[in-house]
Write a protein that binds this ligand. Structure first.
Ligand code: PLP
Length: 465
């Protein structure tokens, strides 16, 4: 299994190399050269199996020779052992044909744990074998960083630096990043927004001298290993509703497009997915783009669903690559326009390719809040604001297409965003046991200017041996 860049100008890599590298050297994102398929019989045979067994069957064809079957099974088992629910990703019913996939039972209470816990295990196994040391640098709008720090804290071959926008993440998110005591954990609070943080991480990857000097590795949602780990719960949930014999649709609260792109891969592998519905908050660049083909930045506004306050949706590049029939040059053209002109227009052909798979919808702030209130009253389900954005958009879609079961992804635990949840419901959502002392632990963080050179200097200094 080979991985190629969406911009067509970087070397092909193995799964292990693509995972350890993150971003390709031409600025592109790695995608598998071919997408392996599971037959309807193979999909049917997943019914009734454990999350871990399905994870093995779904991911095995993508990892090539990187791990033996026995090793890979052991890594999967360890990755999910710390989850607070035996089903790992339980499915609950909201309405006659609308289901909620709870992806927030991992150690940092957001769906990012599904990918990050597995990546942590895979990094440790691969680096342990080679004796190499890497520096992980990531940008976060809140949940990626906490999941990454939780997955990599204390690992001997890794330093982890996380850039987050100062003052723009929830207190629980911040504390999950600033309270781990291990020396290999470095939380950096940047005076800027998430797109600033993400742009600086991209620039560090494009600074090849720096990249070599500190052995940079990326675990942002562009990392192929993360997308792959997220493909699994599309299978577990669809199969539990009768796939491959019955179609399903998914609504996904979307920011960087990693989660929903995993749904596209599941579809390409043979899962009968009718629609993949992109749900955005007021930062609705993806929704506008699906409506009229125009991807133009307007500026990010802070919302109560901060993990989706994004305008440069990095994994959308992968969707564009497939919508342009794997034409790397076309992707380079669009990305250049985005960088220089702040936006691009998508051709008619590519738009119809996107519309074959994706739909979209948006929830503004009052709607999001109201959805939290009504979901609690009507179903007893306490939603985080991101999940509420998606439930609203999922409801709209179910009304228009009542025959296909809808699975809406719930991406974070309500206790991770207590202010918005309390405002909407009057209930203060408690943290699960084991995390209850989070507010008492002491914090450790470095405040930094929105300045690439200054941040690179900190990383160089702290990783010098
Ligand atoms: C990261 C995140 C999202 C967005 O996921 P993408 O893969 O970036 O589209 C949605 N909800 C929550 C709670 C998140 O942490």
């Amino acid at each position: 299994m080979h991985y190629i860049s969406t911009r067509g100008q970087a070397p092909d890599l193995s799964f292990e190399e693509a995972m350890l590298t993150g971003l390709a050297r031409d600025g592109g994102l790695y995608v598998p050269q071919t997408i392996p398929a599971l037959s309807p019989d193979q999909i049917a045979a997943l019914a009734g199996k454990s999350y871990e067994d399905i994870a093995f069957e779904v991911m095995r064809p993508f990892i090539g020779e990187t791990f033996t079957d026995a090793e890979f099974k052991a890594l999967i088992a360890k990755a999910y052992s710390g989850f607070g629910h035996a089903a790992r990703a339980p499915l609950v019913q909201l309405a006659p044909n609308h289901f909620l996939l709870e992806l927030f039972h991992g150690p940092t209470l957001a769906f990012k744990d599904f990918a990050m816990q597995l990546i942590g295990q895979m990094f440790q196994a691969a680096l342990g074998r080679s004796g190499k040391r890497v520096t992980i640098v990531g940008a976060t709008s809140g949940d990626t960083g906490s999941a990454a720090i939780e997955a990599f804290r204390g690992l001997s071959n890794v330093d982890v630096f996380i850039l987050y926008p100062h003052g723009r993440i929830s207190e629980v998110q911040r504390r999950q990043m600033t309270t781990p005591v291990e020396d290999n954990v470095h939380a950096l609070a940047v005076d800027g927004d998430f797109d600033d943080c993400q742009a600086m991480v991209k620039d560090m990857f494009n600074d090849f001298a720096f990249r070599e000097a500190v052995s940079l590795a990326g675990v942002n949602s562009i990392n192929w290993g993360r997308v792959l780990a997220q493909v699994v719960y599309y299978f577990t949930s669809a199969v539990s509703l009768g796939a491959p014999h019955r179609q399903v649709s998914f609504t996904v609260p979307t920011g960087n497009f990693g989660d929903i792109f995993a749904g596209y891969i599941a579809k390409k592998m043979g899962l009968p997915v009718e629609r993949l519905v992109i749900a955005t908050n007021q930062n609705d660049i993806l929704h506008r783009c699906l409506e009229n083909g125009d991807y133009t930045k307007l500026g990010v506004v802070p919302t109560i669903s901060p993990s989706m306050d994004i305008e440069v949706s990095s994994n959308f590049e992968r969707a564009l690559y497939f919508a342009h029939d794997r034409d790397g040059a076309a992707v380079v053209g669009l990305m250049d326009e985005l960088k220089t002109g702040g936006g691009f227009r998508i051709s008619q052909n590519a738009m119809s390719a996107l519309r074959t798979h994706y739909d979209s919808g948006m929830a503004d702030e009052p709607t999001t809040s109201r959805t939290i209130t009504t979901a609690l009253a009507e179903t007893g389900e306490l939603l985080c604001p991101h999940s509420a954005v998606a439930v609203h958009v999922g409801n709209q879609h179910v009304r228009r297409h009542p025959d296909v079961p809808m699975i809406t992804l719930a991406t974070a635990h309500p206790a991770k965003f207590p202010a918005a949840v309390e405002e909407a419901t009057g209930h203060h959502p408690p943290l699960p046991p084991g995390m209850a002392d989070l507010y008492e632990r002491s914090e450790r963080v470095t405040r930094v200017a929105n300045d690439l050179a200054a941040i690179q200097a900190i990383i160089t200094e702290r990783t010098a041996t």
